[in-house]
Design a binder for this molecule. Structure first.
Ligand code: 5AD
Ligand code: SF4
Length: 479
């Protein structure tokens, strides 16, 4: 195919392969990088071997995540050598930000290192790299990158499906003692409401039906409103709920400290806001929560959950956990298990504590031995899996809307997402990708559910009150 770039030159389009590691923020950033480079004549490919430019959008949150970058770079070096290709290699994201110089030293194959605040500069940085310079840009520039990152084309939005992310806030001022984010992503900054609204309205106009507002500390959002005052996340979502055609809203990731009453009330008042909340608690032990600098105790967490379930009885929860934080005793760990049993999570992520250079906890004398961490993680994951399985099972026979997102493995199948982000497979649905379909859950598997279109007179759970299965105490879930 022949194509032209914005300079008017006609040539073969250059191919771009972007690989995202880590969180949804990186997925969003990868899209924005691809949108920026589309203007330079790049088209995306799923095959790194045919790419003219490979971007690894990296994650620094745990050591394992950071090490993945170096093994991926090793693979790329081999591939480049074997093919004798001149593919350019760029490293973006949080590892780029945290250890740009180190990447250049350890991986001579890398042409360009670019930190998350400089993505709008990619075209000029690439030009420098193409001229033979090895470029590192990990500045926190004064200008706002969002003002310079182009919006996606209709075709790009379509190819990414009907559920989209919009960044509303970046960075973190909380300084949990285990976490690198305040260092890699910098201080908390919220985008202005008007810019977020424009981006959301454009996405919906291009066919998006569900928007997840994302930020490292999304519920600390305090963007400048059109009236000159600072708007909360709840107020922003109330405004967004007015966008015609936007069927669903979500937000992630939240901190318990910023779970204000107006945000909880938004779950009661906005039908578009899904009854599902990812609220990392990290530990169930007050002692460890204090050492982590989380600035709340386990009872505060229970109180939030209680209020949430009162506001929205069909609310389901997910969370993040860290085991083996320095000084964590058996009793502390038992407290975490107890919290999990009491809350009953629909889903969760759990990790072994990973000391991150430059964070306070990394220098703590009482590091937990690797073996104990591994045992605790296995035990916690058994419990969380039982909790998830019980939640999934409680969905059998229930009726709710799913947003159809992609084709299934077999002909005629489509896969959609439930309000709780479960994948739901439907055979021969009387609907297309991008539609909401009301289904009744007929089967529950380990990774997905199956559903059939509901009878016309069924009501959707997203509008209906409590299901007893959801507020069931977790004692029953350990089986
Ligand atoms: N070690 C282990 N897990 C971590 N997380 C963040 N930092 C670390 C660390 N140093 C986990 C937290 C956070 C999630 C995104 O990653 O649970 O919520
Ligand atoms: Fe990291 Fe804590 Fe900030 Fe979350 S709130 S990004 S865990 S420092």
């Amino acid at each position: 195919m022949i194509d032209g770039d914005r300079t008017g030159n006609m040539h073969e389009p250059r191919k771009l392969y972007v690989k995202s590691f880590g969180c949804q923020m990186n997925v969003y950033d990868s899209h924005r990088m691809a949108d920026t480079l589309a203007r330079e004549g790049f088209v995306e490919t799923q095959d790194p071997a045919e790419a003219d430019l490979v971007i690894l959008n990296t994650c620094h949150i745990r050591e394992k995540a950071a090490e993945k970058v170096y093994s991926e770079l090793g693979r790329l070096r081999k591939q480049k050598q074997e093919a004798g290709s001149d593919t350019m290699i760029a490293v973006a994201g949080c590892v780029a930000q945290a250890e740009g110089a180190e990447i250049m030293r350890r991986a001579p194959v890398v042409d360009l290192v670019v930190g998350p605040q400089s993505y709008h500069r990619l075209p000029e940085l690439l030009a420098e790299a193409r001229a033979g310079k090895r470029v590192v840009d990990t500045e926190f520039p004064a200008e706002d990158k969002f003002d310079h990152l182009p919006a996606p084309t209709r075709a790009a939005t379509r190819s990414r499906g009907p559920a989209a992310f919009v960044t509303v806030q970046e960075g973190c001022d909380k300084f949990c003692t285990f976490c690198v984010v305040p260092y890699t992503r910098g201080a908390e900054v919220s985008r202005p409401v008007a810019k977020i609204m424009d981006e959301a309205a454009r996405l919906v106009d291009q066919g998006v039906r569900e928007i997840s507002l994302i930020g490292q500390n999304v519920n600390a959002f305090h963007g400048a409103g059109p009236d000159g005052t600072s708007w909360s996340l709840a107020r922003l979502m109330e405004r967004m709920a007015g966008i015609k055609g936007l069927a669903r809203l979500r937000y992630t990731t939240s901190h318990p400290r910023d779970m204000d009453d107006d945000l909880i009330a938004a779950h009661r008042d906005l039908p578009q806001l899904m009854p599902y909340l990812h609220l990392p608690v990290q530990s169930g032990s007050d002692r460890i929560l204090a050492a982590m600098n989380r600035k709340h105790g386990r009872d505060d967490f229970f109180a939030i959950i209680e209020k949430m379930r009162q506001a929205r009885p069909d609310m389901a929860l997910s969370s993040d956990f860290i085991v083996g934080f320095p000084g964590e005793s058996e009793q502390d760990f038992e407290d975490t298990l107890d919290l999990v049993r009491k809350v009953g999570f629909a889903s969760a992520y759990s990790f072994k504590y990973s000391p991150r250079p430059g964070t306070p906890a990394a220098d703590h004398a009482a590091q937990v031995p690797e073996e104990a961490k591994a045992e605790r993680l296995a035990e916690l994951q058994r419990l969380l899996e039982a909790s998830k399985a019980a939640f999934d099972e409680s969905c059998r026979g229930r009726t709710f809307d799913i947003l159809l997102e992609k084709p299934g493995r077999q002909a005629g199948q489509l896969i959609g997402r439930s309000p709780y982000l479960q994948s739901v497979v439907v055979n021969d649905p009387p609907a297309a990708i991008g539609d909401l379909l009301t289904v009744t859950i007929t089967d529950v598997g380990p990774n997905s559910l199956a559903g059939i279109p509901a009878e016309a007179n069924d009501t959707s759970v997203s509008q209906s009150p409590a299901s007893s299965a959801l507020s069931r105490p977790l004692a029953a879930m350990e089986a």
